[in-house]
Design a protein around this ligand. Structure first.
Ligand SMILES: Nc1ncnc2c1ncn2[C@@H]1O[C@H](COP(=O)(O)OP(=O)(O)OP(=O)(O)O)[C@@H](O)[C@H]1O
Ligand SMILES: [Mg+2]
Length: 443
């Protein structure tokens, strides 16, 4: 229905700015989220490495403090030696970030711990610790709380342990170990991240701010060019329509009138020749008159094809009259009746016209009818069109065969009628004329 009502092609849907903006915004936010989350974890691991580095420094500093208080008595478990170490540990080492301090003998015995119950315990040192005792340095690692030596450290949650080598005055190497709660490490990391956050978020905001007007102007330009294209197209369509109308009106006012007048004025010549007994002349002139009339008929049909919008300009009645004019011109009796035209909207009028056009064309082409009636009326909020001829008619197999050969005239208008919520019935039989009936609801 729409297809024929508007001669201009359906406008291509304009890219709606809202959907584009939504797509752009989600894309950007997604990319930002990936960047922020990825960046956070990358920075966090950097910050944790930095915290470990600080812990390594810390263990060395604390080791120096404690080493100064270590006497050879500690190796033998003397109480006063232990107390001297404990004074330093409790007074200067333990704080919020260091929750445990231990000193190990090379054989794996706990010589000192700020947790009394751990002192004297014996555990095998691992390869890393042996290496450290031999070569010095410092190590930091996450504490394995499942190891028996850490049984009493479990209440502190996840821990980071750092150890380094100290020496007793006798020269015996000892392992000095501190434990840090992991939360203080991540707090350190957060502390490192905090100053980085404002510039990063600021930069992201700035990118968005710079991008938004750019995107906006791009959208505007896209829309503008779309509108321009639409305008051009509409212009082209309407100018081609104008051109067709011009050609049609030239044909109608000029050649068609001239040829019709010529045929008319030749008729007496033929009659005169006949009375004079010049039969051959008369036949030639009559033949010329017939051909002139034929040409006028063809031109009129062409006019209807060129400029069907009589429909819009002059209304359905006039358009249908034009449509039937070739039939009348060839001597078929035409009866045309149009009622209630003003109750039909433009689309329905176009549908009625299109169906009548197909039916009348078929009558002209195949029916060889002596009478045709075309009726339009409106009743019970439906519009009805009836085209009846008394021509030769056709059986269903004829139509099927034509359809198979790609002749779809009636089938196409049937489809149009259904699209408009109506129906089309074609009744015909061999030798019994044809009846085409369209019923379509009013809108
Ligand atoms: N009024 C009629 N009188 C006699 N035969 C008709 C009439 N209308 C249609 N027919 C027959 O039905 C066939 C199918 O008609 P239809 O309009 O579907 O296709 P077409 O006219 O052959 O081709 P197209 O319309 O595609 O140019 C026609 O070929 C013709 O044989
Ligand atoms: Mg046809």
């Amino acid at each position: 229905m729409r297809r024929m009502a508007s001669i201009a092609p359906d406008p291509v849907a304009a890219p709606t700015s809202r959907s584009a903006i939504v797509r752009f915004a989600t894309g950007t936010l997604l990319a930002l989220a990936v960047a922020v989350v990825g960046g956070y974890f990358a920075l966090r691991s950097v910050a944790i490495d930095e915290a470990k580095r600080q812990t390594r420094t810390r263990v060395k500093e604390d080791a120096k403090l404690v080493e100064a208080a270590v006497t050879n008595g500690l190796l033998k478990g003397h109480a006063h030696a232990m107390r001297a170490v404990d004074d330093v540990v409790v007074g200067r080492v333990l704080d919020k970030t260091i929750v445990r301090v231990k000193i190990w003998s090379p054989a794996g015995r706990v010589l000192y711990s700020d947790e009394q119950a751990e002192i004297g315990g014996h555990y095998a040192l691992d390869a890393g610790q042996h290496r450290l005792l031999r070569h010095g340095g410092a190590e930091v690692e996450v504490t394995d709380l499942n190891r028996p030596e850490n049984a009493l450290d479990r209440q502190n949650g996840k821990l980071l342990e750092a150890y380094t080598r100290i020496r007793a005055p006798s020269g015996t190497p000892l392992l000095f170990e501190i434990y840090q709660p992991f939360t203080s490490v991540t707090a350190d990391a957060r502390g490192l991240l905090r100053p980085l956050a404002p510039p990063i978020l600021g930069a992201i905001g700035l990118i968005l701010l710079v991008q938004a007007p750019l995107f906006w102007s791009l959208m505007r330009r896209l829309q503008l060019s779309h509108e321009q294209r639409e305008g051009l197209l509409a212009n082209a369509v309407s100018s081609s329509r104008r051109e067709r109308r011009r050609v049609a009106s030239y044909l109608h006012d000029g050649p068609v009138q001239d040829l019709a007048g010529l045929a008319f004025s030749l008729a007496p010549v033929a009659d005169g020749a006949e009375t004079r007994g010049a039969d051959r002349e008369a036949a030639v002139v009559r033949n010329a008159i017939d051909r002139l009339r034929g040409t006028v008929r063809d031109l009129r049909a062409l006019l209807v094809d060129l400029h069907p919008p009589t429909l819009a300009a002059a209304g359905l009645d006039a358009a249908l009259r034009d449509l039937a004019s070739p039939l009348a011109a060839r001597g078929t009796k035409v009866e045309l009746r149009v009622d209630g035209e003003d109750r039909l909207d433009a689309d329905t009028q176009a549908l009625v016209y299109r169906v009548a056009q197909e039916a009348v064309r078929n009558v002209i082409a195949y029916a060889d009818a002596s009478a045709v009636s075309v009726e339009v009326d409106v009743a019970d909020s439906t519009a009805r069109l009836l085209v009846v001829d008394d021509g030769r008619g056709f059986g269903p197999e004829t139509r099927d065969q034509r359809r198979a050969e790609g002749h779809l005239g009636l089938s196409l208008v049937e489809e149009l009628a259904e699209q408009a919520g109506g129906s089309l019935a074609v009744d015909s039989r061999e030798g019994g004329g044809t009846r085409v009936r369209l019923v379509v609801p009013l809108r």
